[in-house]
Design a protein around this ligand. Structure first.
Ligand code: XMP
Length: 510
């Protein structure tokens, strides 16, 4: 594919956003650490340098080898990138008198063509820097200024090299997308052919070629990623895909049966394995959160492995890993880091399974997974489902887990989630669920004293689960939900609402 955009990461918190903005323009982008520039750059039509928490003046500042890029490929340097190009090419970067964080306006645009075509003077941009470009590099031509930053944008005469101090990838830069489009489409000539339909076509044919007549096992979780991965594989290899959906007994109420039915309707070759008792047995008497996670993870691998072995001559394990899990980011604390976050939907691949791994979604973002799912006709309800943790209700029951506690929490959770749907709040919330607390409290029902369980409801807004805030649900909704729970779920006499943000709290309580 000779139409890719390369994004070189210098550790900016916004690097992934650059990739997403490029993808939104229907172009394929890849993020690589600045020290891993590929030998062969033929496939890349344009290069973007990210920002960075480093100062170019610092001794440990990242130094990319741009010898095959600058002057050879269309290049857009953002923030640190812009300062880097200036500082090491005959210009000067100095600490600025005024630190610029947040909104600013490009009050002067000297050249309204090129990257600024169609962008008006005064447009709002997002700044985040403490150094400033005091002198432009050799052959630098100033393109735009804010009131405080004279060299807010420049280009290099005779090259397709552009540099901007502000962040076009951030939503607050009003014309950021336009600027990226100007650079990528009009200057670099990147084709806008990266669409969900194109992704489905190339992925399915790639999978066909890679897998041939091989057999593949895949653990379905009921979530979006594993489902979309399964449908793509199903299109490529049909009956040779063996899906396994394990009931760990910690799913939502009726989830196992209803999701299994849905999968069958989608034409998947899926086997439901009810291992509830085994998980409960493994969890018996364990109260420590990590201990519970480990017991659940271990049981999952045992069950999955046993099932996978029933499929004769299987070669591959498919996983729903997505791009944010595989991006090798530049660590901002310990210098360049080679650590790749690895995420296994099946809880880690046991060595003894000796399977090759296939990950059809490993190059796309979560929102793209949804778009690809919609493109393939997956039900909107399934695609819009809230995230649900692998260990399920096991980490929402504080303390030890018993069948009775699971039953209570399933009932509470179902009332809460059904209520959110009924009140048209479900899609406005990123994730919601209930926690069963390990305390009893005194209540009164009729004339009788009760001494029963407390449940906490949690609803958060978030974009990726890394940070989250609690949702201001209407009091009337909370009132109705609390009444329904206490009146209908035996064993619960008190409902509280969790108003903690993440950080410092986490979304799950364990
Ligand atoms: P925390 O509690 O860390 O959760 O704020 C962030 C997001 O991750 C989900 N989560 C998990 N998902 N396996 C998963 O597949 C897990 O072990 C796990 N633990 C937390 C959580 O539901 C939230 O969306």
């Amino acid at each position: 594919m000779q139409n890719k955009v390369l994004i070189l990461d210098f550790g900016s918190q916004y690097t992934q956003l650059i990739a997403r903005r490029v993808r939104e323009l229907n172009m394929y982008s890849e993020i690589l650490p600045y020290y891993k520039i590929p030998e062969n750059l033929d496939d890349f039509k344009a290069v973007i340098l990210s920002g960075s928490p480093f100062s170019v003046r610092a001794e440990d500042a990242p130094h990319p080898d741009l010898s095959k890029i600058k002057g050879h490929k269309p290049l857009l340097a953002v923030c640190y990138g812009a300062q880097y190009l200036a500082h090491f090419n005959g210009g000067k970067v100095a600490p600025s008198d005024i630190r610029e964080y947040g909104r600013a306006n490009l009050n002067t645009i000297l050249d309204g063509t090129g990257i600024f075509a169609g962008i008006k003077e005064g447009t709002q941009v997002w700044m985040s820097h403490s150094d400033t470009i005091a002198e432009l590099p050799t052959n630098g031509v100033r393109l735009a200024s804010t009131n405080d930053v004279a060299n807010a944008a420049y280009r290099i005469e005779g090259e397709d090299t552009y540099a901007i101090q502000f962040h076009p990838e951030v939503y607050h830069t009003t014309d950021g997308k336009k600027l990226l489009e100007n650079f990528l489409v009009h200057i670099a000539g990147v084709k806008q052919d990266w669409t969900p339909a194109a992704f489905v076509d190339t992925t399915v044919s790639g999978l066909k070629e890679k897998l041939g007549n091989d057999k593949v096992v895949l653990g379905l979780s009921g979530g979006v990623d594993s489902t979309v991965a399964a449908i793509l594989l199903n299109k490529a290899i049909g009956e040779n895909l063996y899906c396994i959906f394990v009931n760990n007994g910690l799913l939502r109420k009726n989830e196992f049966e209803s999701v299994l039915d849905q999968y069958k309707d989608m034409g998947l070759n899926v086997k439901g394995v009810d291992a509830s008792e085994r998980f409960l047995e493994a969890l018996k008497g364990i109260s420590d959160p990590e201990g519970k996670r480990k017991a659940i993870g271990r049981s999952f691998i045992e069950v999955f492995d046993a099932e996978a072995h029933l499929v004769e001559n299987v070669d591959w394990l498919a996983q729903g890993t997505i791009y944010p899990d595989v991006i090798e980011s530049v660590s901002v604390t310990g210098g360049p880091s080679a650590t790749i976050k690895s995420h296994h939907n099946v809880g880690g691949l046991p060595d003894f399974m000796k399977l090759k791994v296939v990950e059809p979604l490993r190059m796309i973002f979560k929102d793209e997974v949804r778009r690809v799912g919609a493109e393939m006709g997956i039900d909107a309800n399934l695609l819009g489902r809230h995230p649900f943790p692998g260990p399920g209700l096991g980490i929402r029951i504080l303390g030890d887990v018993t069948a009775e506690k699971v039953r209570i929490l399933q009932e509470v959770d179902a009332i809460f989630i059904d209520g959110l749907k009924k009140w048209d709040l479900y899609d406005k919330v990123w994730q919601a669920g209930a926690m069963l607390l390990p305390v009893n409290s005194v209540g009164v029902m009729g004339d009788e004293r009760t001494y029963e369980k407390v449940v906490a409801l949690r609803a958060v807004e978030s974009t990726d689960g890394m940070t989250a805030d609690w949702v201001n649900l209407p009091y009337e909704f909370l009132q109705e939900t609390s009444n329904n729970i206490i009146n209908r779920v035996k064993g619960v006499n008190r409902v509280v609402y969790d108003i903690s943000s993440k950080p410092p709290a986490t979304i799950e309580w364990e």
